[in-house]
Design a binder for this molecule. Structure first.
Ligand SMILES: Nc1ncnc2c1ncn2[C@@H]1O[C@H](COP(=O)(O)OP(=O)(O)OP(=O)(O)O)[C@@H](O)[C@H]1O
Ligand SMILES: [Mg+2]
Length: 252
């Protein structure tokens, strides 16, 4: 059976997608699943920082695959051992951080069908349980593609009215694209457990979509500044416990 594709998306930027994708990937791998995380934010990549890779430009990247310079299996890095996980449990496909490569993609674009084929091929080649896609915010072509091929879509939002409107649009699109499972993830929520429960109910009513987790605003995560994974440095924190609930729900 093919592994599941999980896309982590938000309408607006800076909602916490990359931190959620990287920590969820790590925790799934830690629990014995085989995972490949893909950075499809070609314009502004970032998740490599969370996996503590300083430079993605020394090896082949997703850009090289999209320009047909190499096959998709050549761009998947095994990051397991550097993160203290068993070998071949967590793979990562980075984007190039080279300025010339980013401007070339922005100017010339790329063939979206090539990306779709690459994602499908890599999940089979690596025989992963989960392919986790960290996306660019907003609704551009590659984001619509990643939403349309998802088994599970996590739409991240903050308690901010600007996020709410865009989230309604994304939920609507996921319904039209018939994504089998779409969940909201509220990040940076303020207040105690009862307020969070209340927020869950309000979100279901407002978006007609289940909030799989309400993740608190987290000082430790902000202080960490994406230098590492909070699930490694503070596994007992409330924020990590929220990610654990998502992991259990998805893999259960
Ligand atoms: N729950 C939280 N509490 C405090 N800080 C947070 C929380 N979630 C994310 N952050 C901080 O917000 C910033 C943005 O997080 P992140 O890069 O994961 O978002 P993103 O959605 O991937 O952004 P982009 O749209 O630019 O790719 C980071 O500095 C991160 O440390
Ligand atoms: Mg990001």
């Amino acid at each position: 059976m093919n592994g599941k594709i999980i896309s982590v998306h938000s309408f607006r930027g800076g909602t916490g997608k990359s931190n959620i994708s990287a920590n969820l990937s790590y925790m799934l791998a830690q629990s014995g699943k085989k995972v490949c995380t893909v950075d499809t934010d070609i314009q502004s990549p970032g998740i490599h920082v969370l996996f503590q890779l300083e430079n993605t430009s020394s090896g082949a990247t997703l850009n090289d695959f999209l320009w047909e310079n190499c096959s998709i299996d050549k761009v998947a890095l095994d990051v397991s051992v550097r993160l203290g996980l068993p070998e071949k449990s967590l793979f990562f496909i980075p984007c190039s951080m080279n300025m010339g490569d980013i401007t070339r993609i922005l100017k010339q674009g790329y063939d979206i069908a090539t990306l779709a084929k690459g994602l499908n091929d890599i999940r089979k080649l690596l025989n992963v349980d989960y392919l986790i896609i960290d996306t660019h915010p907003g609704l551009d072509e590659e984001t619509l593609l990643s939403i349309s091929i998802s088994d599970i879509l996590l739409i991240v939002l903050r308690p901010d009215n600007q996020d709410f409107q865009g989230t309604s649009v994304t939920v609507e699109i996921s319904k039209r694209l018939e994504v089998p499972n779409t969940f909201l993830v509220m990040n940076r929520a303020l207040g105690g457990p009862s307020e969070m429960d209340d927020m869950k109910k309000k979100m279901r009513d407002a978006f007609d979509c289940e909030a799989i987790a309400i993740l608190p605003d987290c000082r430790e995560l902000a202080q960490l500044g994406s230098r590492a994974l909070l699930s490694q440095t503070a596994p007992a924190s409330d924020w990590v416990s929220g990610i654990r609930n998502i992991k259990n729900r998805i893999s259960g």
